[in-house]
Write a protein that binds this ligand. Structure first.
Ligand SMILES: *[C@@H]1O[C@H](CO)[C@@H](O)[C@H](O)[C@H]1NC(C)=O
Length: 507
């Protein structure tokens, strides 16, 4: 509900702002205090809810893999950490990811491993990363963060069986490589990834070490772990003059680093597919992957899908450049809330795309290289259709930027309180999963006669007035379709389609 319907929409202009750390500091303190007060007032538990079970026909298995990149790939040789010559922020030594994959319920039951915790060990390193992201990191706040995070989410585990065999029903598993947003990690999208795995897909969720994640240990067998904490442009300097690079070129280095990590993950999945899994297992400091020998010849490594959220969506789009190639064999992309501040979006795309905006991403008009961000995204999708690569662009109503992550499942009150999401959190994620499922099925068989994909674009622009709950079932629709389409018959409650390969709907 909008309080002031007549307020004109302004494009956000660059304004003079208070120093970043001041805003963050107050915001963090204010949010924490406000949240606990809110919980107290409404008798809600501030502690995280357990993650829900997955709903597809398969049980979900998971393994963590970290693999050495040897020799290390130096993505940007001109940059080093401030005052530390030779310490290169953009040197790729290992690649780390979680794999979520389909298994059988019987096999999942026999699993003896402990489940993965949602906050990977060491928890204090993660807490330090969050404190640094909030610009209040020192030994005192770090220990407060550690205590708070342990109390709030420390006991949360990911409901997937660790290191169990791959389901044998599918002959050639489609692989989805997923790239996360800023201040996120390999576990932040576990429910979305697990939902796709429970529908038969192998989902590889990266943990990027490009300085945009809160923290991540870099593990190399036989050597002490390196701590990679979040870092920003002010912490790196150029070899030649000791100055920081421009924000734009820093972001480009981060995106290039992410692309290299994506390529390395592809390489490891190919190694597993051709039967070199013994080597992958032996080099994995997480000691998982005992069942990988059974994956030989069972992965579709020719046609993978790349997906990403926010910064990760910008990175996924970049990974499509000049593609598909052997290093980046992507035949389709799922793009969720492509970045507004992570640099220009790549337009050299030669594969079908599903672009989904959260409600807040579409409703807030943002200035993006001289025009509205929404229009930029829309044009990329339209051009893709013109070149014959079927692509869709739509907004998921009632959702906010983090709706696709696990955060709203863990802390539903906190998330709707701070981000303005109005949709039921489970429903929100389910809608994201349904449309991805239809898109992935389309990549398999080329059919677009399912779900949302079969609809024309009804909203060339996002329409605030037809938001979540404004549409009533049956309105302007064929009621009979309800019988045939089940839950889909009232899709207008949840979606606005901006671009469809079937063109616009005439009113
Ligand atoms: C997998 O295959 C078995 C045996 O053919 C079958 O009973 C089972 O329903 C299949 N599972 C799924 C999720 O398709």
């Amino acid at each position: 509900m909008k309080g002031f319907p007549d307020t004109p929409k302004l494009l956000s202009q660059p304004t003079r702002r208070r120093p970043f750390y001041l805003r963050w500091r107050w915001l963090t303190v204010f949010l924490a205090a406000g949240y606990f007060l809110y919980c107290l007032l409404f008798s809600l538990s501030p502690f995280a809810h357990p993650l829900p079970k997955h709903t597809g026909p398969y049980a979900v298995g998971t393994i963590d893999i970290e693999a050495p990149v040897s020799p290390p790939r130096i993505i940007d040789p001109t940059l080093h950490f401030r005052g530390k010559k030779g310490d290169l922020p953009f040197e790729l030594e290992t690649v780390l990811f979680s794999v979520y994959y389909p298994t059988t319920y019987d096999q999942a039951k026999t699993c003896h491993h402990k489940r993965h915790t949602w906050i990977p060990n060491p928890l204090s390193l993660r807490a330090q990363g969050y404190a640094k992201a909030a610009h209040i990191s020192n030994w005192f706040t770090d220990s407060i963060f550690t205590t708070a995070i342990r109390a709030l989410v420390g006991s949360i585990t990911i409901p997937a069986a660790v290191d169990v065999p791959l389901s044998s029903n599918i002959t050639s598993h489609r692989i989805i490589i997923f790239s996360h947003g800023t201040v996120a990690s390999r576990t932040d999208y576990s429910h979305y990834a697990g939902e796709l795995a429970s529908r038969g897909y192998v989902v590889v969720v990266l943990e990027h070490r490009d300085g945009s994640g809160p923290s991540s240990p870099i593990k190399r067998l036989g050597q002490p772990d390196k701590k990679r904490l979040l870092f920003d442009v002010s912490e790196v300097e150029r070899e030649q003059d000791g100055l920081s690079p421009t924000v734009e070129s820093f972001h480009q280095s981060q995106l290039n680093f992410r692309q290299a990590e994506i390529e390395e993950a592809v390489r490891i999945m190919k190694e597993i597919s051709v039967g070199n899994s013994r080597q992958v297992f032996k080099q994995n400091p997480y000691h998982e992957g005992t069942q990988l020998a059974g994956w030989t010849g069972r992965l579709n490594t020719e046609g993978m899908v790349v997906a990403g959220h926010s910064y990760g969506a910008t990175g996924a789009m970049q990974a499509l450049k000049d593609g598909p190639t052997e290093a980046r064999p992507f035949v389709g992309a799922i793009i969720l809330d492509p970045g507004k501040q992570s640099g220009p979006l790549n337009t050299d795309i030669n594969v079908p795309m599903l672009v989904v905006h959260s409600n807040s991403w579409s409703s807030k008009t943002s200035w993006f290289y001289g025009r509205a961000h929404f229009d930029t995204v829309k044009e990329i999708v339209e051009d893709n259709n013109k070149r014959g690569y079927l692509s869709w662009f739509m907004t998921s109503l009632g959702t906010s930027h983090p709706s696709i992550t696990d955060a709203p499942l863990l802390e539903p009150y906190l998330l709707s309180f701070t981000t303005g999401a109005t949709i039921d959190v489970y429903q929100g994620l389910r809608q994201y999963v349904h449309v991805a499922e239809d898109f992935l099925a389309f990549l398999q068989d080329g059919r677009i006669d399912r779900g949302l994909l079969a609809e024309k674009a009804e909203f060339p622009q996002y329409d605030e007035g037809s938001g979540l709950g404004m549409w009533k079932p049956g309105q302007g629709d064929n009621q009979q379709a309800w019988e045939e389409q089940g839950e889909w018959w009232d899709w207008r409650s949840y979606w606005q389609i901006h671009v469809s390969p079937l063109g616009n709907k005439e009113n």
